[in-house]
Design a protein around this ligand. Structure first.
Ligand code: ADP
Ligand code: C5P
Ligand code: MG
Length: 216
């Protein structure tokens, strides 16, 4: 019995079956409407990455029946404020675990819209340090004016409660005051790959491709 077990175990090790890879993460940051989600979809079509948008996960949690956080998330999103990380990190961790459990080859993640402030970053460090590797930050650099125009255009059909001028002013302030300093911190560590996101979708993606082909 023991020998049979050991036999199976050594076979597993030999063939690499049952060995789970540590999640490899690319943080995707940029202003509201910079094109993070759009480019992540293109990446998923062309590379072996799973896209996890913190904003999408929060909107899904807001809509989930019985969620104790629905009202809180709703008000934070309308105000363009960053939801306490305890909520967001749990959603991200669960999504990553579920993805890997479904298919152990899916250990590469684009974590879109996170970490957006110090609280986010601390929460990530507390929960994920040693459990996942952050490879680099993909930064979609875009002027506030272009970001606002894109979100207003998106707002015509998105149904989002924050794609309006009032919320957008607040989201831009949050981005400048809270998110830019996080990008600056990673920049000092040499971990930021910047793309000029004000150009056409294809031009932006050509740069993204060059980065991913180089970084793996
Ligand atoms: P984010 O996830 O950064 O908020 P999205 O990917 O949702 O941004 O894009 C915001 C809006 O701008 C969407 O309506 C999208 O179709 C549009 N968009 C995205 N990238 C570009 C681009 N390079 N040029 C013009 N419009 C774009
Ligand atoms: O990235 P996205 O534009 O979808 O985010 C929408 C909103 O979700 C943000 O303005 C913010 O209120 C909330 N959010 C958050 N924490 C994150 C990501 C998004 O609170 N890490
Ligand atoms: Mg998005």
């Amino acid at each position: 019995m023991v020998f049979r077990f050991l036999g199976t175990l050594s076979q597993k090790l030999l063939y690499g079956v049952g060995v789970t890879m540590k999640p490899q993460v690319v943080f995707v940051l940029g202003g509201p409407g910079a094109g993070k989600g759009t480019q992540c979809s293109r990446i998923v079509e062309n590379y072996n990455y799973t896209h996890l948008s913190a904003g999408d996960l929060l909107r899904a949690e807001r809509a989930r029946e019985g969620s104790e956080f629905g009202l809180l998330i709703d008000s934070y999103i309308k105000e363009g404020k960053i939801v306490p990380v305890e909520i967001t990190i749990n959603l991200l961790r669960k999504a990553m675990e579920e993805t890997i459990q479904t298919d152990e080859k899916k250990f590469r993640f684009l974590v879109d819209g996170f970490p957006r402030n110090e609280d986010n970053l601390q929460g990530w460090t507390t929960v994920m340090d040693g459990k996942a590797d952050v490879k680099f930050v993909l930064f979609f650099d875009c002027s506030n004016e272009v970001c606002i125009l894109r979100c207003l255009e998106r707002g015509k059909s998105s149904g989002r409660t924050d794609d309006n001028r009032e919320s957008l002013e607040k989201r831009i302030q949050t981005y400048l005051q809270s998110t830019r300093p996080i990008i600056d911190q990673y920049e000092k560590q040499g971990k930021v790959r910047t793309v000029d996101a004000s150009r056409s979708l294809d031009e932006v993606f050509a740069d993204v491709k060059a980065i991913l082909d180089k970084e793996g």
